[in-house]
Unconditional design. Structure first.
Lengths: 158, 658
């Protein structure tokens, strides 16, 4: 879908294959870790594809690199940090939490809070007792002329 | 000549759009019915001329008139006929033309189906619609003219991007645009109401069918696009949280919120200000989406700078209309009367919570989409906001919303009893827990899939519980139940069906966690595991299509040693653009699908393949179809259709009809 919507400025030709059997590690557990890591890395030369999905040469290099580092015994976090230190924040599809991204990560909670506050204040405003309106002397006179007396306390709710 | 006629029709449409804006607007201010009456014929005429222009461009594509830049760049004489037609909107200029065509169609629809509306409201709404049309027609004529010619026509065109040569493309964009642009109607209504200063339940009754109409189209458009991505892109993904996809999701969420708040406004005269705001918001987000997709700002901030004319122009339109509408809103909202009162535990209260959660999701998608652009523009820092972010922050909002949906349905208007509502959902809770336990035992982890699947089943059962219980309440016979069900207003059916559809989609999404993927170098004759099935290559051969050549593999899907289906994944090569595209081989088994895509062939006879078993995956789109069907049911409700309130037919109803 993104491909269609992006028509007009698609540059990279699309090829189907991302991870190929040749790249895969023999150990299924380690391979699964590699897939988990690369699916959260951005292919830097593609239009919003993960390294795991992309067929670009650079993505392939990164897939191989990640697998090599895993074979060397690095943990998932260490591999991610390694790639992060080489390519910067842009490579992480899950933006790191730091000064520049606090607002981003807080956005859903702020939106909920702001919404809840708005609902609360609207409800309060609405349910607050309508201010009693004093009858003017003229109204009182008209009421009495009709043979009625002003309601209790002389107030009418409008 | 035909092309010039089309070009001229486009210019005339602009003139008509300007008339449609100016004359009725003046008429409404001067209280002159003659001037206001100009609105309807000009709206219909504007649509007619745009249809003419669009027809002319289609003609140029069909006859492969390579004197048009647009045809050269996006067509090829050998391209199959259907793609010559769908290729008209498969490019920037053509898709903008489709955009205004649909916009003018919306104007014409208002003109035709608005007899019950007050003259002033109609005149103002059509006037706003005219102004919108004029802005986008100017954009097309000044920056994106599809009718531009070249001095020396080449013999052959450059063909349409191969991934767009697909039947999916023939349906997806028109539906999507009908949805996107359909929200312009509600936008115009809101602007007209703010200009006129009268906002009441009647307004909501006029606006709601159009909201439903746009929402149904957008739902179908998004679902279509996502299925198309699923089978075209070759790795079985269907949603990527790509900014361009988010561009269509934002108005969908806002539109969903609007549907619900408009219901409150129509029934109870409450949430008026909020409903008007959402009406403006839904279309504003459509405009924002158009800007994001059409300006090139998404590919990179630099692409925007390389073609600043288009981007800046749309940005101008965006600021003018959104800013204008919001300014009008700020000016008038304070003076709008406050509507009906309700207790927190009531249908209205539930719908307020619904709107709160939907708005928060919508804001999250908007912020997640725009944040990287804003951050780069402000600080030069580049970050990526991808699927992990959206999944992390949206699932905690979406699941509680799903939990609340059936509860809201069970609550009565004005004041209700929560424990009674929950008691009526006992069956749904039980079904959800049982489903989660069964699916968990059968498919195993991930935990999130188990929980989501349980909530999904609860949502399906809970969605239909309301009408079923109402029909079965102390019914004397089966016949009584059936006649009660038939007497139920269509909009009650619509709610139940749509909510159940949402549940089906959620179940499909939950089941993605149970999918099986196998990446192998397949050797012909050998069989490989894919979920409960085995898959093997029987044959690999080359073949020629009309404008491509391909290598395809015939794969047999086996279950218990017997071949139950054959699929043909292929790899296509399009000569004109020297591009490859994969064609997935898919077979639906039950509600799941076996999905295969092939890659490189090796000298030893093996061929790289990705094979998948995707349990319940079809429910994602079936659910969307069901949701849209529910919307269509509501739309068919007589009360909305003719804009007159009506009591449900004389069939005894144990509880309030809606």
């Amino acid at each position: 879908m993104k491909r269609f919507l992006a028509i007009g400025f698609i540059i990279a030709p699309l090829v189907a294959h991302a991870v190929t059997p040749g790249e895969m590690l023999p150990d299924p557990a380690m391979e699964a870790r590699a897939r988990a890591i690369t699916s959260e890395l951005r292919c830097l030369v593609c239009q919003n594809q993960s390294v795991d999905d992309s067929d670009a040469a650079l993505a392939r290099d990164l897939r191989v690199l990640v697998r090599e580092k895993l074979k060397e015994g690095m943990s998932n976090a260490e591999v991610k940090e390694y790639v992060h230190s080489r390519y910067g924040d842009f490579v992480l599809l899950r933006p790191p939490l730091k000064l520049g991204t606090i607002l981003l990560w807080a956005a859903p909670f702020l939106a909920l809070l702001a919404g809840a506050a708005a609902v609360w204040s609207a409800a309060r405003r609405r349910r607050g007792p309508a201010a009693p309106v004093e009858l003017t002397a003229e109204e009182r006179a008209r009421l009495e002329a009709l043979g009625l007396s002003a309601p209790q306390g002389g107030n009418l709710k409008k | 000549m035909i092309v010039e006629t089309g070009h001229y029709a486009l210019v005339l449409a602009l003139a008509l759009a300007l008339l449609q804006f100016a004359i009725p607007f003046a008429g409404a201010r001067l209280n002159d019915p003659a001037l206001m009456r100009v609105a309807r014929p000009t709206a219909i005429a504007q649509f007619s001329f745009l249809a003419l222009a669009y027809g002319a461009l289609t003609y140029a594509h069909v006859v492969s008139d390579f004197s048009l830049i647009n045809v050269i760049e996006n067509s090829h004489s050998l391209k199959p006929f259907i793609y010559k037609i769908s290729g008209v909107w498969g490019n920037h200029e053509g898709s903008m033309l489709l955009w205004v065509l649909v916009l003018s169609l919306c104007g014409a629809l208002i003109a035709i189906f608005s007899s019950a509306m007050p003259d002033k409201l109609r005149a103002d709404a059509l006037s706003v619609q005219g102004l919108l049309g004029a802005a986008f027609l100017l954009f097309i004529l000044l920056t994106s003219n599809p009718f531009a010619r070249v001095g020396q026509p080449p013999w052959e065109g450059r063909d349409l991007n191969p991934i767009l040569q697909d039947p999916g493309l023939a349906i997806h964009p028109p539906l999507l645009y009908l949805g996107y642009v359909g929200f312009s109607i509600v936008f115009s209504f809101a602007a007209a109401a703010l200009i006129g200063g009268r906002i009441d339940a009647a307004w909501a009754r006029f606006a709601r069918p159009w909201t439903l109409f746009a929402w149904v189209a957008l739902t179908l458009g998004i679902a279509m696009g996502s299925y198309w991505a699923y089978y075209t892109l070759g790795w079985g993904g269907f949603w990527f949280w790509d900014p361009v996809e988010n561009a269509s999701l934002m108005p969908w969420i806002a539109g969903t919120a609007l549907l619900h708040s408009a219901a409150v406004m129509e029934k109870r005269e409450a949430l008026k200000v909020w409903t008007i705001f959402l009406s403006i918001l839904a279309f504003s987000l459509s405009l924002l989406g158009t800007f994001l997709v059409r300006s090139g700002v998404l590919t990179s901030v630099h692409a925007f700078a390389s073609d600043p004319e288009r981007g800046v122009f749309i940005l101008g339109i965006l600021i003018f209309f959104i800013g204008g509408a919001l300014a009008l809103f700020a000016l008038r909202a304070g003076s709008l009367p406050v509507g009906g009162l309700f207790a927190p535990i009531s249908r209205e209260g539930a719908l307020v919570v619904n709107n709160l959660l939907l708005s928060a999701s919508c804001a999250t998608v908007v912020i997640g989409t725009l944040y990287p652009l804003a951050l780069e523009a402000l600080t030069g820092e580049k970050i990526s906001v991808g699927p992990p972010f959206f999944n992390t922050v949206l699932i905690p909002i979406a699941l509680p919303l799903a939990l609340l949906m059936p509860i809201g349905q069970m609550l009565a208007w004005k004041r209700s009893d929560l424990s009674a509502a929950l008691a009526r959902l006992r069956a749904a809770f039980a079904a959800g827990v049982a489903a989660a336990a069964a699916l968990g035992a059968w498919q195993g982890t991930p935990f999130l899939s188990i929980v989501s699947a349980g909530i999904a089943v609860y949502l399906v059962v809970g969605g239909v519980s309301d009408i079923v219980q109402r029909a079965a309440f102390r019914a004397s016979s089966a016949g009584a139940v059936v006649s009660r069900l038939r007497g139920m207003p269509l909009s009650a059916w619509g709610t139940s069906i749509s909510h159940a559809g949402m549940g089906l989609t959620l179940l499909g999404l939950a089941a993605t966690g149970w999918g099986v993927e196998n990446i192998v170098a397949m050797k012909p004759g050998d069989y490989y595991d894919v979920g409960p099935y085995k898959l093997g290559i029987e044959e690999v051969s080359p073949r020629n299509g009309p404008n491509y050549s391909e290598i395809y593999a015939v794969m047999a899907v086996r279950s218990g040693g017997e071949t139950i289906a054959r699929i043909e994944p292929a790899k296509r090569f399009y000569q004109a653009r020297k591009m490859q595209r994969s064609e997935a081989g898919i077979v639906t088994l039950g509600l799941g699908q076996v999905y295969a895509a092939i890659g490189e062939s090796h000298p030893d006879g093996t061929i790289d393949a990705r094979i998948y078993w995707k349990p319940f995956v079809t429910l994602i789109w079936i659910g969307a179809l069901v949701m849209a069907f529910g919307g269509a049911c509501s739309l068919a409700d007589r009360r909305l259709r003719i804009g007159v309130a009506r009591r449900a037919s004389a069939v005894a109803m144990p509880e309030a009809a809606e």
